[in-house]
Design a protein around this ligand. Structure first.
Ligand code: PHE
Ligand code: FE
Length: 297
């Protein structure tokens, strides 16, 4: 589920010839084309996560799910969700075919548009699939877009992405790691204990349990440059989760100009996904049980 990897460029016959649809990747959500099985997949995934997440996901996420009123009524219509999103934080979701080229993805975020894959996984893929589908994109990412601070963070990330794209591939990799360890796999510390806010976790039954209950992974306090310099795995549960104290902390830490950070990191070697370093604020040093030993990204 790496947003940095374009999945497919579509082509269309126009009066300029046969051209890639590169501008925005946006399509109409073909709601009428969903089958009964598609709706049943949504309902099953929704029910599983809704039972699991109280006491695991952060309050802001659960509140977002409630406010949207999404549930076991089949795949939501994006237009219905957009009515509430628009008047709350000004975000909109747009339907797309799949992963977008980096600069297109960043441009959407910078304009408060969140791309959501319109198609949903098959019944034999409930537990794992290698690319983001509607359930991951919508259930995972969209509830927090109702939170004003997180909503601003996502837009700032899109603007930062445009900038990193202009600087070069190394800067882009550093920024992608930040997205991975926050937006996708972030944990947040609360008075009641650690909670999940990352979309890659809340949309996965197995990882929603593993990230909090297992002794195997590291859980380490968020530090911007540490995170931007840490590789990650796309094929297994994470070896390390980074813990923020609040969405304000995340927004404030990422406010400064990253240009000098990109320069500093270019001279350093990246940490492996499972490293624990001197200076880390450690919540849990992982037992490393069951960790893959081949190299991470
Ligand atoms: N402050 C970052 C920059 O100058 C932009 C950014 C904001 C990146 C929030 C990520 C998240 O590039
Ligand atoms: Fe995602």
């Amino acid at each position: 589920m790496d947003h940095a990897t374009p999945r497919r460029v579509e082509h269309q016959q126009t009066d300029r010839g046969y051209v890639p649809v590169y501008a925005t990747g946006v399509v109409e959500q073909p709601w009428d084309s969903y089958t009964a099985t598609d709706h049943e997949v949504w309902n099953t995934l929704y029910r599983r996560q809704r039972e699991l997440l109280p006491g695991r996901a952060c309050a802001e996420f659960l509140e977002g799910v409630e406010r949207f009123g999404i549930g076991e009524n089949g795949i939501p219509k994006f237009a219905d969700l957009n009515a509430l999103l628009g008047k709350t934080t000004g975000w909109q979701i747009v339907a797309v075919e799949g992963l977008l080229p980096d600069e297109v993805f960043f441009d959407h975020l910078a304009n408060r548009r969140f791309p959501v894959s319109w198609w949903i996984r098959k019944p034999d893929q409930l537990d794992y699939l290698s690319e983001p589908d509607l359930f991951h994109d919508l259930f995972g990412h969209v509830p927090l877009l109702l939170n004003p601070v997180f909503a601003d963070y996502m837009q700032a990330y899109g603007r930062g992405g445009m900038k990193a794209f202009g600087i070069g591939p190394e800067a882009l990799m550093n920024l992608t790691r930040l997205y991975w360890y926050t937006v996708e796999f972030g944990l947040i510390n609360t008075p009641d204990g650690l909670r999940i806010y990352g979309a890659g976790i809340v949309s996965s039954k197995g990882e929603s349990i593993y990230c909090l209950d297992s002794d195997a992974p590291n859980r380490i306090g968020f530090d911007l440059e540490r995170v931007m310099n840490t590789r990650y795995r796309i094929d297994t549960y994470q070896q390390t989760y980074f813990v923020i104290e609040s969405f304000e902390q995340l927004f404030d830490a990422t406010r400064p100009d990253f240009t000098p950070i990109y320069q500093r990191l270019a001279a350093k070697t990246a940490h492996a996904a499972g490293d624990v370093l001197d200076g880390d604020r450690v919540f849990n040093v992982g037992t490393r049980e069951g960790w893959a030993t081949n190299a991470d990204t």
